[in-house]
Design a protein around this ligand. Sequence first.
Ligand SMILES: NC(=O)c1ccc[n+]([C@@H]2O[C@H](COP(=O)([O-])OP(=O)(O)OC[C@H]3O[C@@H](n4cnc5c(N)ncnc54)[C@H](OP(=O)(O)O)[C@@H]3O)[C@@H](O)[C@H]2O)c1
Length: 250
Amino acid sequence: MSDSSTPIIVHGATGRMGSRVVALAALDPSVRVVGAAVAPDSPRIGGESGAPAVALQTAENLSKTGVLARVVIDFSSDEGASAAADLAVALRAALLVGTTGLSDGTRQRLRDAARSVAVVVAPNTSMGVAVVAMLARDAARALGPAFECSIVEAHHSRKKDAPSGTALRLAGAVRAAGHALRDDQIVAIRGGDVIGEHTVRFAGPGEYIEITHRATTRDLFALGALRAAKWLDGKPAGEYTIEDALGLSA
Ligand SMILES: NC(=O)c1ccc[n+]([C@@H]2O[C@H](COP(=O)([O-])OP(=O)(O)OC[C@H]3O[C@@H](n4cnc5c(N)ncnc54)[C@H](OP(=O)(O)O)[C@@H]3O)[C@@H](O)[C@H]2O)c1
């Protein structure tokens, strides 16, 4: 572990995503976990986080102790993402929010935070999904209104939001290309242990095109989050995109 490694706080550290961020950070010498947060009412406060010598705490406690973190990574809940924003601002750390299903109030809180720290809000931190969004945008532009667009996504049954943040992001890419994708053509399926599947379909006269992304391990999102966190380290205040952070912006 080098002294120049990026000190990070993982907010939502006991979750499916947060625990993988903690585990994979331990294998990456360019980052180190200096804080791990859970919900204020979690029975696990004070317990082990999985990172050496880092106990689970609340965001409020971490902000009071003034731990020296340069990036906060959040994979929690709507309420949690707002608490992560407060923490990042209090510590003057950059913020990567991977949490999906954010309310308008939380989105506003994140925009406010971006006035004092660097912020990326990324409903999907995978490089592959970022590329699918670019392909979908280009396909929508090239095919025009003669092709009808639909998006079908599948996830495990414990997922709280539907349609997924990723499906909405893909819809945004198609619409940004001038395509009138209808809300009722964005379909969510829940069941089993599916980590995440998204298909953007363009159906025209006599042919159709499907662009599909399938996640085979949650680690890809955790690795993308760590990569984005390293990119955020030292960036001036402002709102950035996951494409910026993954080096995919034109
Ligand atoms: N961006 C991406 O690429 C990506 C990929 C996968 C998932 N996600 C999203 O990431 C989020 C988390 O998913 P998950 O599957 O990891 O969920 P999960 O397993 O339910 O974990 C949620 C974590 O957040 C904590 N938490 C809940 N409310 C909190 C609060 N108010 N303050 C602080 N911590 C809080 C929980 O802690 P305790 O319960 O122990 O208190 C737990 O550690 C979801 O929104 C999901 O859709 C994003």
